[in-house]
Design a protein around this ligand. Structure first.
Ligand code: NAD
Ligand code: UFG
Length: 332
């Protein structure tokens, strides 16, 4: 298939492009590079030895995007492009609502215009809010605590309605749990701007000496050791989930959790990182982070049943691969 990948130079998008190319699909990437680097294109080519088309375009620019649909025969779209910093979304709600919702609306409008019937969307476990764990796809969604989370819930709603009104348009809503790790080549991975918000990128920067010590946000939750529990999933497993989702998408709307089904606490992750890489990660316990919930993880059985997809990589793989990328990565 010829697949249009928005946000394809970003973290999850770049790994997905590699897996798509490995399965002999062609990719056309559009990205405005607001949170990624042009060098990623060369890295994807280096890993796969395949060619790709790249356009530096904002997905909210309907005219520019229309030209891509005119100039390429597109069989399906995977829509990663979006802003994702939870804290920033609280400070800049309009920026987040505009970027994340308008991009989804324009892209789906052009799909309908050019008869492109496969649409895969990057959603998030955040749409479950404070539901009981494990999260299952048919649960009612609960309010999230920030505008970023709301853009995911609203985008899901928009795509459900578009699909309902256009029976040929099929949609896969993929709810990611906590993507971590990097490609085993060490060439692509997660390189957040500024101080990382997420746990594993923070840990790798402490290990590298860029940051002094990890702050563990709370050790008084009702969890195995009092620290927050999440379902960490290796980004390459996640990428393979996208390949399966678009290959198997034939009709209607499908919703899948992409997680491992296993919870890991903050301290368990720190210990795994130390063991995998033989390196100490100093930490201190501080207050809980506002908006955090104690524990969440996926019921990942639906994706296994219907897509034949299951996460394979372990927490140790995630820690090793994240560290290899961090060691190789040169800040520019
Ligand atoms: P990322 O920031 O690395 O990648 C997103 C890419 O989209 C970036 O390259 C950015 O430059 C681009 N982009 C943003 N707005 C754009 C626009 N208007 N036009 C064109 N390009 C634009 O993020 P990621 O971690 O790869 O996440 C990919 C998607 O998955 C996002 O939609 C994100 O919300 C979602 N998601 C991520 C996580 C996570 O923890 N990484 C979890 C759940 C869902
Ligand atoms: N944590 C720390 N110290 C840090 C960073 C995080 O102790 O410096 C803890 C958090 O309190 C939490 C756990 O590590 O218990 C994981 O935190 P992350 O920030 O890595 O991930 P979250 O689960 O909070 O959120 C992430 C994304 C959201 C997304 C959600 C579900 O940032 O956008 O996963 O996919 F919605």
């Amino acid at each position: 298939m010829n697949i249009l990948v928005t946000g394809g130079t970003g973290y999850v998008g770049s790994h997905t492009c590699v897996e798509l190319l490995n399965k002999n699909h062609s990719v056309i990437i559009v990205d405005n590079l607001i949170n990624s680097k042009i060098e990623t294109i060369d890295k994807i080519i280096q890993i796969t030895n395949k060619n790709i088309s790249f356009y530096q375009i904002d997905v909210t620019d309907e005219y520019a995007l229309d030209q891509i649909f005119i100039n390429h025969k597109i069989d399906g779209v995977i829509h990663f492009a979006g802003l994702k910093a939870v804290g920033e979304s609280v400070e800049l709600p309009l920026t987040y609502y505009y970027n994340n919702l308008v991009s989804t609306m324009i892209l789906s409008k052009l799909c309908l215009k050019y008869n492109v019937n496969k649409f895969v969307f990057s959603s998030s476990a955040t749409v479950y809010g404070d539901n009981k764990v494990p999260f299952v796809e048919d649960m009612d969604l609960l309010p999230t605590t920030n505008p970023y989370g709301e853009t995911k819930a609203m985008s899901e709603r928009i795509l459900l309605d578009v699909a309902k009104a256009n029976p040929n348009f099929s949609v896969s809503l993929l709810r990611y749990f906590n993507p971590v790790g990097a490609h085993e080549s060490g060439l692509i991975g997660e390189a957040p701007n500024g101080i990382p918000n997420n746990l594993l990128p923070y840990v790798t920067q402490v290990a590298k000496g860029k940051l002094k010590q990890l702050r563990v946000f709370g050790n008084d939750y009702d969890t195995v050791d009092g620290t927050g529990v999440r379902d960490y999933i290796h980004v390459v497993d996640l990428a393979e989930g996208h390949v399966k989702a678009i290959e198997k998408l034939t009709e209607g709307v499908k919703i899948y959790n992409l997680g491992t089904g296993k919870g890991t606490s903050v301290l368990q992750l720190v210990q795994a990182f130390e063991k995998a890489n033989n390196i100490k990660v100093p930490y201190e316990i501080v207050n809980r982070r506002p908006g955090d919930i104690a524990s969440f993880y996926a019921d990942a059985s639906k994706a296994e049943r219907e897509l034949g997809w299951k996460a394979k990589k372990s927490i140790l793989d995630m820690c090793k691969d994240a560290w290899r990328f961090e060691k190789n990565y040169k800040d520019k």
